[in-house]
Design a protein around this ligand. Structure first.
Ligand SMILES: [Zn+2]
Length: 147
């Protein structure tokens, strides 16, 4: 993860704005930790998500997976970037479960981490999740079994 914020990439500004706005919809009565996420698809469309907590705690769904699943359920499969917004001084990174969920579709996706104060960090999924278990690995295993 880069330490200093790079010059803003204009193309990512709408994605970042969408992630920040999505925080307002978070259902977080237990943690009070509001997270928003937005995924940019290769056709230019953006899907947003927020964290949705549950009284059982275990059923809580993160903002990143909410956004990803909304996009996939609407037919999107190719992603350009994901933005994640939290109000942490050092913007929060996706949890391990979300990293693996994203890796199903894009193993080296740019990940932009932001907060409402304007802090911005750019990294990639490959940096956050080295050695991800990928669909290609499973397909290779299946091909070996068929031989
Ligand atoms: Zn997560």
């Amino acid at each position: 993860m880069s330490g200093a914020a790079p010059a803003p990439t204009p193309a990512l500004e709408p994605l970042i704005a969408a992630a920040l706005a999505a925080r307002a919809h978070a259902w977080a009565p237990y943690s009070h930790f509001q997270v928003g996420a937005a995924v940019l698809c290769d056709d230019g469309s953006i899907y947003t998500g927020c964290n949705v907590e549950n009284a059982t705690y275990g059923l809580t769904v993160c903002a990143e997976r909410t956004a990803l699943l909304k996009a996939v359920s609407e037919g999107r499969r190719r992603f350009v970037a994901i933005a994640v917004a939290s109000d942490m001084a050092e913007p929060a990174t996706p949890c391990g479960m979300c990293r693996q969920a994203i890796a199903e579709f894009a193993q080296d996706l740019p990940v932009v981490l932001v907060n409402p104060q304007g802090v911005r960090r750019e990294t990639t999924l490959a940096t956050l999740l080295p050695g991800a278990f990928t669909p290609e690995a499973l397909l290779a295993w299946r091909a070996e079994r068929v031989r």
